[in-house]
Design a protein around this ligand. Structure first.
Ligand SMILES: CC(=O)N[C@H]1[C@@H](OP(=O)(O)OP(=O)(O)OC[C@H]2O[C@@H](n3ccc(=O)[nH]c3=O)[C@H](O)[C@@H]2O)O[C@H](CO)[C@@H](O)[C@@H]1O[C@H](C)C(=O)N[C@@H](C)C(=O)N[C@H](CCC(=O)O)C(=O)O
Ligand SMILES: Nc1ncnc2c1ncn2[C@@H]1O[C@H](COP(=O)(O)OP(=O)(O)OP(=O)(O)O)[C@@H](O)[C@H]1O
Ligand SMILES: N[C@H](CCC[C@H](N)C(=O)O)C(=O)O
Ligand SMILES: [Mg+2]
Length: 487
């Protein structure tokens, strides 16, 4: 049991009904999870309004209700707290409930449309090899030292987030590297956390279903930097046209990285190969197993953070040269006949462009590039034609298929993708709704040395169709199909 007064530290309350002199068992924003003596907070969400579930929470013996609008009928056994912004309040209360774990370790947040998982994962690996105890919160997985905890979101909800951070503190973590999604910023999942630094990777088209306009998406990302304290660093990619804006109003000390523009941390690609790149970081050469200009940015961001966190540059470069990237990002396998299969999590137009440009840059001309690609349902529809357009432009053949259709009709999603295919390219574009059959068709179309890109699902081990998640793993499927043709 934790005292309500402690949980309310720093929270501004407009109106209080009932006593504050009590303790509660858990915090929850989901009425279905309420137990005796819990605090239920009503959130106005994307689909539902938590205020509609206050009665249910009380029926399950919630002791405290936090809400933006007080209900018409008040129960004498319950304390009601009316606040301006329930989502923000939830963030603060969750941090208090778990005794402000973020302040007890060095927390670095990484935001941007693409590259968050890669940068956070590389930082986790680098700092672990540097000898620290490290936590990671990412789309692929959460980690506390060696312990893996399944991830449900890129950035968890405030309760799970602070709980994970508290476990990291208990396990002696010195650092935590976490992805900060734009949803998390708008929904205040990170309210009340103290960061020692923030990183901006880039900003391109995504999530307009949620943010509605690109400007609102940009403002969401910027709010993260605006919220950093003056002892933190704010590190931005200045080759991205939005890099400077991110740093405009932050109190944190501003640092920049870039391959092209003047920056505090400079990088350069010297050579690119299918198995890695030779780069220059701050004038010193380093080999990396990652490939593509986009990964040169990721490596440079990781190096810059390590230097900002006062690590020895020689040790950092030595370790960086050994590190592999995150699972399902430019994940390459070869068939016995010599077909190159690449699984990549590219699910935005910019990511598809970057990955395909890297492949085009590395091929020797005679090989064809066959791309298998779909777009997620219940997500930004405006990126569908864009993703198909760029895939068609940079591939010899494209198979449009399903990603996670979720509640949508997969055929309709593919039709929306087809709108982006230029008329003169249609002969090279096929539609196969079943993702397994689409990958199989690509494998059968391919000749030795051809390159197959399977885009969009990367590390994901399931496919979500009409609310059902069935086991599905691009990498394993590709491996099995390669084995089949090789026998
Ligand atoms: C669109 C979105 O971001 N939704 C997130 C949001 O839910 P919400 O508040 O909008 O939920 P809602 O269904 O409208 O319900 C409103 C409130 O009523 C409550 N409720 C509802 C029903 C009931 O019976 N009782 C009850 O109390 C709910 O618990 C909720 O508090 O807050 C929840 C708790 O934090 C999240 O789990 C949920 O993520 C959903 C599942 C989701 O799919 N989110 C994705 C889009 C997401 O967050 N993605 C980002 C970025 C991805 C990336 O690019 O990497 C991420 O960080 O993962
Ligand atoms: N720095 C980058 N710039 C542009 N594209 C990138 C960059 N890094 C990775 N990508 C592309 O974006 C895909 C997703 O990368 P990653 O998982 O690191 O991004 P993310 O920001 O974590 O994505 P999400 O928003 O889904 O969490 C990669 O598979 C690759 O295609
Ligand atoms: N975390 C992101 C990634 C989407 C990946 C893609 N496979 C999809 O399902 O759309 C999202 O929820 O928008
Ligand atoms: Mg991610």
């Amino acid at each position: 049991m934790i005292s309500l007064v402690k949980i309310l530290h720093g929270v501004s309350i407009n109106e209080t009904i009932g006593t504050l002199d009590l303790s509660i068992r858990h915090l929850t924003f989901d009425s279905r999870l309420v137990e005796t003596d819990d605090l239920f907070i009503a959130i106005k969400g994307t689909f539902q309004d938590g205020h509609a579930f206050i009665d249910k929470a009380i029926a399950l013996e919630a002791r405290v209700i936090v809400c933006e609008q007080l209900p018409a009928v008040i129960n004498d056994h319950v304390t009601y707290l009316q606040v301006e912004d329930a989502s923000y309040t939830l963030g603060l209360m969750a941090a208090n409930f778990y005794d402000n774990p973020a302040a007890k370790l060095k927390l670095v947040g990484i935001t941007g449309t693409n590259g968050k998982t890669t940068v956070a994962t590389l930082l986790y690996k680098l700092f672990t090899e540097l000898g620290f105890h490290v936590g990671l919160l990412s789309t692929v997985q959460n980690k506390i030292n060696d312990q893996v905890i399944a991830s449900t979101h890129t950035t968890p909800d405030p309760i799970n987030l602070n709980k994970l951070l508290q476990q990291m503190v208990v396990e002696g973590c010195d650092y935590c590297f976490m992805e900060v999604s734009s949803h998390a910023i708008v929904q205040h999942r990170i309210a009340g956390l103290s960061f020692v630094g923030g990183v901006f990777t880039n900003l391109t088209h995504d999530h307009l279903d949620f943010h509605k306009t690109f400007d609102a998406y940009l403002k969401a990302k910027k709010a993260f930097f605006d919220g950093l304290g003056k002892s933190a660093f704010a590190l931005a990619n200045v080759d991205d046209k939005h890099g400077k804006v991110m740093l405009q109003n932050t109190l944190a000390y501003k640092k920049t990285y870039g391959l092209r523009n003047i920056a505090d941390y400079k990088g350069k690609i010297i050579e690119s190969h299918f198995n890695g790149m030779l780069m220059q970081l701050d004038g010193r050469e380093v080999w990396t197993r990652l490939i593509g200009t986009f990964n040169a940015y990721n490596i440079l961001a990781v190096y810059s953070v390590a230097i900002l966190l006062e690590q020895d540059s020689t040790r950092v470069l030595t370790i960086l040269s050994r590190l592999s990237g995150a699972e399902g990002r430019f994940d390459t396998q070869l068939s016995a006949s010599g077909i190159v299969g690449i699984v990549d999590y590219a699910h935005t137009p910019d990511a598809v462009k970057n990955v395909l440009e890297t492949i085009v840059g590395l091929r020797k001309n005679t090989e064809q590039i066959i791309t298998v690609i779909g777009c997620g349902g219940d997500r930004d529809k405006t990126k569908r034609p864009e993703m198909a357009k760029v895939a068609t432009k940079l591939s010899d053949k494209v198979i449009l298929t399903s990603d996670n259709p979720r509640s949508e009709d997969p055929k309709q999603i593919i039709e929306e993708m087809e709108q982006g295919v230029p008329k003169d390219s249609r002969k090279n574009v096929f539609a196969i709704t079943d993702r397994y059959e689409a990958i199989k068709a690509a494998v059968h179309l391919a000749q030795p040395a051809d390159i197959i890109l399977v885009a969009g699902k990367g590390h994901e081990k399931y496919q979500e169709i009409k609310g059902v998640k069935k086991v599905f793993d691009d990498k394993a499927i590709l491996r099995a199909l390669f084995a089949e043709i090789d026998n």
